[in-house]
Write a protein that binds this ligand. Structure first.
Ligand SMILES: Cc1ncc(COP(=O)(O)O)c(C=O)c1O
Length: 1011
């Protein structure tokens, strides 16, 4: 097509571009007259054009009518349409707002009078689904998808050439310095204006260092959340559509990604590290060069600065444009996030994401070791890591927080930091005779980790802490210039870096500022007992905090170096940049030796190496609130269990054919917890074994092999317990693969089953009918097995009277009632110690496990002597480790502690409080369909529609990932994986319950589920 008009826009010649003032009525007229489409027009927002959605008489969206800004020439518009066609052809999986064509193939495009001069109007393909606009938090999958779209557009446009690309746009980051300079005056607050100018200057000079090496090509340059369209069929935001090529130009190719990244930064809960998945996704499809990686974050900053100044200018010249004025706050948030960390930190972080991480560096061995006269063997390593023994017993939370006192009082340590543990650990290390204790560089430490924090704490050390056991003279390691000399602080220019020595604030250095030192000159005498810190940072870099957050460690650490060689020591082998790699490697090793059926929580799980009470602690030094561990009712690492195990292991551990006291005491205690006539106990090691044995006992006593089980239940993985398990998440083919002896009844789920609410009373008679029908067919069931409180459904109580009716039916035909109490039993329900108490029944066989051992493998079957005696007729029982001395000691310790710490009472109190808090969330978030459960056995069911109960499966998975980021471990359950299973250690306190509810509230709001 000939380009009738080669005029292109030049921002610096004519900067202000108010959008054309076309009304919907005018739009309808010009669509009909010039573009061959009669339709109703609805105005859509735009900063520089006039956009309308055209609908036909039924309201069906036909097209988008775009009246380009009159400042744009025809060639520019043609280039935009050609670029859209190119992207669409290159990536059929992407939906692209291409120009619509007439039957003869010509584009529906025309020059019209816009009211502010001739302008190009055209019809573009309308992409349904809505954009990623708005404040909603974007999870890593969505973020990665934005990077992938940007990469696809970039690859499609790589070789595109067109006269319409030769324009001078204010958005072209090659002009960012001039644009900001020209428009900064519109930022009227002096502080903000200064911040924008300073950030621009810094970012611009960084870009200039690599500018010559940055490839230039056609770029869309506006692949923002506003122009990325969501897949209409996906419940989560997944961009697969691209609109608005209005800023198409030739520029640095990497700008494409910078624009996308900056647009993500204003979303709720987003901070800079959250956009890294987009960098990785882009890099995977369109590799960034090292120079592009170096330029990327400075370009994000320049884009942010450009948005702020342009937004202010647009609002000034076009005060009626609500689209432009509404964006101001958002643009400022983008700028704040883009500049939240020093530029070099973000640059290194991006380089790391793109695989250009600088290797860890260390000081060169000096002529004069910093601590005069100290041989390496006078140093002792002070390990404050999560895995360190010094952190045992909750020491990281301070001396006074172990499992003491009543557990239902709120923790006094929530949110506080302690260095007491560091002092104690240092003293313990020095007691071994070392002159100084020193911490490793680059490693995460746990000693200052708060609990119940929605933000990860700064844990990674950027230097080395020294705890002198005696007075130690520090000397210049070589020629150095004193930059700072103040009580408690020395900074030296040394060997191309800044050496920082912090020490006791009452101690003065021996050298003045400005002194030029020779190696060996005394710097300061470090007093005994007062901690000091030694660090090295880049001479031209920012000040580096002593501890940095793990997410940003790969950005900060390259600005530092391991100072250990200055002390005559070897550098730390594993700096945190590699701790993340270690975690990934471990996961890969796990995958290599595990079958895929052995899953792990989370796609990118934190490495959990410590637990304490209801907290789980990662090797990054983050404490997560544990909402899922029902196997540890007392809390993690409970001292009573640890002591019982250690004491018994020192003394004896063997099998229960030997005669020792603990197994007898434990079985007596267990039997005493059950009503008559349940008085005979078998000890095993797991719930699966318990259910398996329970079924065999029933078969032996009844003489009948057939079993009736409830659908959508899980009972274990052994042959028999698996045979009666039909939950789809555990086995998608569950119902089809049942052996002939298993018969199922409807899942008695009163919330989402076939009978709901009051109608749930119908489940029992229907189950009775199945039991009766089996008997009538000559195959009476030997057992009916079910949970006593419905776990797989998310902790739902069975309908009133359900078990009474079904138990009666199965017994009428000579079968037994087998109760699976593996999850529900042992006090978790609060009001009832056993789930069958809630149903007011007494089973014939009770299967117990999980909570019994607080994580130690322990299971039991309790039944009547009569039933137990019949087992001999057809089976053999011996469990090598079931009821071992250690297991029995553990079992007793757990029962003692449950009683002594009143954990069942705590489940009533804290569980009741938590359930009220969760119910309040249901009032505010429509996605919360129901709050199930009792005590600390709760379920929060998420639905897309409260009438149809369509399960919000993907939303639940996204919520769990968000919760992890916010410091909570919670997981989905149920056949649709749409129920948050809430079964924390029973020591959960009110502060933790409130933190969970508050965090859930925050996450639901951030993910856009409000109102
Ligand atoms: C209700 C129920 N029964 C039995 C089992 C099997 O227990 P285990 O994993 O100890 O073998 C489970 C485990 O999740 C369970 O939830």
């Amino acid at each position: 097509m000939p380009h009738a008009d080669h005029r292109t826009v030049d921002f610096f010649a004519r900067e202000a571009l108010p959008a054309p003032r076309t009304t919907p009525a005018e739009a309808e007229l010009l669509a009909a007259r010039h573009l061959g489409t009669a339709a109703r027009a609805e105005a859509l927002g735009s900063q520089q054009d006039a956009n309308f959605l055209l609908r036909d008489g039924d309201g069906t969206a036909l097209a988008v009518l775009k009246v380009a800004n009159p400042a744009f020439g025809e060639a520019e518009v043609e280039a935009q349409d050609a670029a859209a066609d190119l992207v669409a052809a290159a990536h059929p999986g992407l939906r692209v707002a291409t120009v619509l064509r007439r039957p003869d193939g010509t584009p529906r495009r025309a020059v019209v009078e816009s009211g502010s001069g001739p302008a190009v109007a055209r019809l573009l393909r309308h992409l349904p689904g809505g954009t990623l606009s708005g404040r909603r938090h974007l999870s890593p999958g969505t973020v990665a998808a934005t990077g992938a779209v940007a990469a696809r557009v970039s690859t499609a446009l790589r070789d595109f050439r067109h006269p319409g690309l030769e324009r001078v746009l204010q958005w072209d980051l090659r002009h960012a310095d001039r644009v900001v300079e020209r428009l900064a005056g519109h930022v009227t607050e002096p502080e903000r204006r200064a911040a924008v100018l300073a950030a621009t200057a810094g970012a611009w000079s960084r870009v200039q260092e690599v500018a010559a090496a940055l490839p230039v090509q056609a770029v869309h340059l506006d692949l923002t959340d506003d122009n990325l369209v969501r897949r209409p069929d996906s419940p989560l935001p997944v961009p697969d559509g691209v609109i608005d090529f209005g800023d198409l130009t030739a520029s640095w190719a990497v700008s494409e990604l910078a624009v996308t990244l900056s647009s993500l930064l204003h979303h709720d809960g987003m901070e800079p590290h959250h956009v890294l998945p987009a960098v990785r996704a882009f890099h995977a499809l369109r590799p960034l060069s090292a120079e592009e990686a170096a330029a990327l974050w400075p370009l994000v900053v320049l884009r942010a600065a450009g948005l702020v100044v342009s937004g202010r200018q647009q609002a000034a010249v076009d005060a009626d444009n609500a689209y432009a004025t509404g964006a101001l706050e958002r643009e400022w948030r983008i700028f704040e996030q883009a500049t939240r960390l020093p530029l070099p930190v973000m640059t290194h972080l991006v380089a790391d994401a793109a695989g250009y991480a600088a290797p860890p560096t260390a000081a060169a061995p000096p002529a004069h070791p910093l601590l005069r006269g100290l041989a390496p063997d006078r140093f002792a390593l002070l390990d404050l890591a999560t895995e360190s023994d010094a952190m045992d017993g909750g020491a990281w939370l301070g001396a006074d927080s172990p499992h003491t006192g009543t557990t239902h009082t709120d923790s006094p340590h929530a949110g506080t930091t302690h260095t007491g543990v560091e002092r104690r650990a240092a003293a313990a290390v020095l007691a071994g005779g070392a002159a100084v204790a020193r911490t490793p560089y680059g490693r995460a430490r746990l000693s200052r980790t708060p609990v119940l924090s929605a933000v990860s704490p700064a844990t990674v050390a950027t230097g080395v802490d020294l705890w002198p056991g005696e007075e130690l003279p520090a000397q210049a390691p070589g020629a150095a210039l004193v930059l700072t000399a103040a009580p408690g602080l020395l900074e030296l220019a040394y060997d191309g870096r800044v050496l920082v020595l912090e020490f006791d604030a009452a101690t003065r250095p021996s050298v003045p500022v400005g002194a030029e030192l020779r190696g060996g000159e005394e710097l300061v005498r470090l007093p005994a007992g007062a901690p000091a810190r030694l660090a090295l940072r880049a001479a031209d870099g920012p000040t580096v905090p002593a501890l940095v957050r793990p997410e940003y460690a790969a950005g900060w650490l390259p600005l530092t170096a391991d100072p250990a060689p200055l002390l005559g020591l070897d550098a730390t082998a594993a700096a945190t940049a590699t701790a993340r790699t270690e975690r990934a490697d471990l996961l890969a090793r796990r995958a290599a030796v595990f079958a895929t059926v052995q899953e792990h929580y989370y796609a990118e799980p934190p490495r959990i190496e410590r637990g304490w009470r209801h907290h789980l602690v990662s090797t990054d030094g983050r404490a997560y609130l544990d909402i899922v561990n029902n196997v540890t009712p007392l809390g993690h690492a409970h001292p009573s269990v640890e002591r019982a195990v250690a004491r018994q292991l020192r003394r004896l551990n063997t099998n229960s054919r030997f005669h020792y006291a603990s197994v007898v005491e434990f079985t007596e205690r267990l039997a005493a917890l059950l009503p008559d006539p349940l008085d005979t106990v078998f000890l095993v090691n797991s719930g699966s074994e318990a259910v398996d044995l329970g079924l065999r006992l029933a078969a032996g006593a009844s003489g009948r092999p057939d079993v009736v089980a409830v659908r959508e239940a899980y009972h274990g993985w052994t042959y028999a317990s698996d045979a009666v398990s039909t939950s789809l998440q555990d086995n998608p083919n569950a119902l089809a693969t049942r052996p002939g002896w298993v018969h199922t009844v409807d899942s008695p789920n009163p919330y989402r089953g076939r009978h709901r609410g009051a109608d749930a009373a119908r489940y029992a008679p229907e189950a009775v009918a199945v039991v009766d029908a089996l008997a009538a067919a000559g195959r009476p069931a030997g057992a009916f097995v079910s949970e006593t409180f419905y776990g797989n459904a998310g902790g739902v109580a069975l309908p009133d009277g359900y078990l009474a009716q079904v138990y009666a039916a199965v017994r009428r035909h000579g079968g037994l009632a087998v109760a699976d109490e593996v999850q529900a039993g042992y006090g978790r329900l609060g009001e009832w110690f056993w789930g069958f108490e809630q149903q007011r029944v007494v089973p014939d066989v009770v299967c117990v496990a999980k909570a019994m051992g607080n994580g130690h493998p322990l299971g039991a079957v309790v039944t009547t002597r009569e039933i137990a005696e019949r087992y001999r007729d057809q089976g053999y029982f011996f469990s090598s480790t079931g009821g071992s001395p250690v297991s029995s000691a553990v079992g007793l310790a757990v029962l003692d502690t449950l009683r002594d710490e009143d954990l069942q009472g705590n489940a009533v109190r804290v569980g009741g409080h938590l359930k009220r808090r969760l119910r309040a969330l249901a009032d505010r978030y429509r996605i919360v369909g129901a709050v199930h459960g009792s005590g600390l056995y709760l379920g929060l069911e998420l639905v897309r529609d409260r009438a149809t109960l369509e399960p919000a499966t993907e939303e639940t998975a996204e919520l769990c990932d968000r919760m992890l980021d916010l410091g909570v471990v919670v997981q989905p359950t149920g056949d649709h994986l749409n129920v948050l299973k809430i079964k924390p250690p029973l020591c959960l306190d009110t502060a933790a319950a409130d933190f969970f509810a508050d965090t859930l509230d925050l996450a639901l709001a951030q993910l856009g589920h409000g109102a």
